[in-house]
Design a binder for this molecule. Sequence first.
Ligand code: ATP
Length: 220
Amino acid sequence: MIQFEQVSKVYPGGQKALMDVNFHLRKGEMAFLTGHSGAGKSTLLKLITVIERASAGRVAINGHDIASVSAKHVPYLRRNIGMIFQNHHLLMEKTVFDNIALPLVIEGFSHSEIKKRVAGALDMVGLYGKERHQPIMLSGGEQQRVGIARAIVNKPPILLADEPTGNLDPKLSMDILRLFETFNDAGTSVLIATHDLGLIARMKYRTFTLKQGRMIGGEQ
Ligand SMILES: Nc1ncnc2c1ncn2[C@@H]1O[C@H](COP(=O)(O)OP(=O)(O)OP(=O)(O)O)[C@@H](O)[C@H]1O
């Protein structure tokens, strides 16, 4: 599903963020990506979402080399990827409904379809009835679930999460992980970047480990 072959990333200032990275997230797999601060986790996710481009090597999604995707076609590629952030990047002045509807509005869905899909997404993350609230009225865990609902509302085959449980207590973190498992059970490929080794230890998933830009575990 997502394949890196000998991928390196050097930022314009000369900072080497990734070096000769090989890894393969299989279709329908759920896995963790870990490593110390600065190890290159966010950079790896940015190469998948084409926020950054690789300096060397090959990044492929579904067998397609994304180096050949032009800037114009990047938005189409991103429709296949739901992205979840630690500080969820919600629009605080908008309602929960508007936040979740955003990807569908951009894709030009009809209002009735948007209502149906947002209701379904709210139901999945356990926030049904909160659609008129503003994010500021919700707890940290609830805000994170709004971010997750927005990421899955257009049913992408790939879900990427960058420190999705960073601000949450262990119980809420586990709830979020269980939510990811539900999507994974439905066939979504899920990659979760996290520092939380305790959380990883409690789960049975493959773990890719980065150390100073090199992959030191989990490639097989
Ligand atoms: N836009 C950038 N320009 C220059 N250097 C960068 C840029 N983004 C990241 N880096 C550098 O690349 C390296 C990897 O950073 P990255 O953010 O991928 O690490 P990370 O593992 O996600 O860290 P954290 O867990 O702290 O978020 C770091 O040394 C960082 O300083």
